[in-house]
Design a protein around this ligand. Structure first.
Ligand code: CP
Length: 347
């Protein structure tokens, strides 16, 4: 179990194996060295394992009658979202509060962003106001990386454009491992399908890294216009990773252990990529009949928000195989773990 009831202490943070409750900061390295979390492609297998184990410890905190520890007492977590969000924004806020951090939530629609203030100026302003850990979501890929260049604390990417959604990928990995991992945490031999609008999906891009790193046999499936370009990912720098791109929903779903449906992201979609949502739903929607091609008991997942009746049938989303609410619950524990780990790294 990871020690999480005391404050993280940078290079002298606690060990992974000794539970200490409400004690002063320790003097042993926890092994986390990343100042920012901009994507998952920089995380080693050891990093992933550390996030998973720290999340286990955070779930244990969440199971207590009072789900709160003083780990981030006196730290400021500022949440700056330029795009709409329900799950990510609220779960970061809940996670930070569970760690006793001071939380500042900025709605850009009512901030000086509407008067033309730049991202850099906004980041410098929130830093001057006390921000130490900055969670940022932005419609533009790379915006959190730009923020990280000018911010003296830690930046956590809450989703940027088509690029990355690292905390979603980590909570997805945690959720899948909870049901399907071997004793070593590996997903080797498990077929995981990401079905839908892969092209516009930052969730898919981050999940490709974590799921293949964990050993899963990953399949990306959707209309040719919505999976194009990903064959190159299969070839590029992914030696030893199992990764297939297809437009055949039958090939993808056959004997799958996990099916993750993705929303059609109309806000990022150029015209002409789909004949109609009705046709998409008829050919690629995750229905009970299609799910029957997967292994019995295959996990059904969706990062949300869902458009039920389009990419996923309501009875599948609410069915016994669904892990969608578990994904949301695990999001709090994973984000607690990441805030805790990043708070332990000195700038
Ligand atoms: N999965 C996800 O990012 O959901 P929100 O847009 O509601 O945060």
């Amino acid at each position: 179990m990871t020690v999480i009831d005391r404050e993280p202490s940078g290079d002298s943070a606690p060990t992974l194996s000794v539970p200490v409750v409400d004690s002063p900061p320790g003097d042993q390295a926890v092994g986390w060295r990343h100042r920012h979390l901009l994507d998952v492609d920089v995380l080693s297998l050891a990093d992933l394992e550390l996030v998973m184990r720290t999340t286990d410890a955070m779930r244990e905190v969440l199971a207590r009658p009072i789900a709160k520890v003083p780990a981030l007492r006196g730290r400021n977590v500022t949440i700056l979202f330029y795009e709409a969000s329900t799950r990510t924004r609220i779960s970061f806020e809940v996670a930070a509060k569970n760690l006793s951090a001071d939380v500042v939530n900025i709605a850009t629609a009512t901030s000086s962003v509407t008067k033309g203030e730049s991202l850099v100026d906004t980041v410098k302003t929130v830093e001057a106001l006390g921000a130490q850990l900055l969670v940022i979501r932005h419609a533009v890929s790379g915006a959190p990386a730009l923020a990280a260049e000018v911010f003296s604390g830690s930046v956590l990417n809450g989703g940027d454009g088509w690029h990355a959604h690292p905390t979603q990928a980590l909570l997805d990995l945690y959720t899948i491992r909870a049901s399907l991992a071997g004793p070593d945490g590996s997903l080797a031999g498990r077929k995981v399908v990401i079905l839908g609008d892969v092209l516009h999906s930052r969730v898919a891009r981050s999940n490709i890294w974590t799921l293949t790193a964990a050993g899963a046999d990953l399949w990306l499936c959707g209309p040719a216009t919505l999976v194009r370009g990903f064959e190159a990912w299969a070839l590029r720098g992914a030696a030893g990773r199992r990764f297939t791109v297809t437009s055949s929903v039958d090939d993808a779903l056959r004997d799958a252990d996990v099916v993750m449906a993705l929303r059609i992201q109309k806000e990022r979609m150029a015209t002409g990529l789909l004949p109609s949502l009705r046709e998409y739903s008829a050919r690629y929607g995750l229905t009970r009949e299609r799910l029957a091609m997967a292994r019995p008991g295959a996990l059904v997942m969706h990062p949300g928000p869902m458009n039920e009746g389009v990419e996923i049938a309501p009875d599948v989303a609410a069915g016994v195989q669904s892990r969608i609410e578990e994904q949301v619950r695990n999001g709090v524990a994973v984000r607690m773990a990441l805030l805790y780990l990043l708070a332990g790294v000195r700038s």
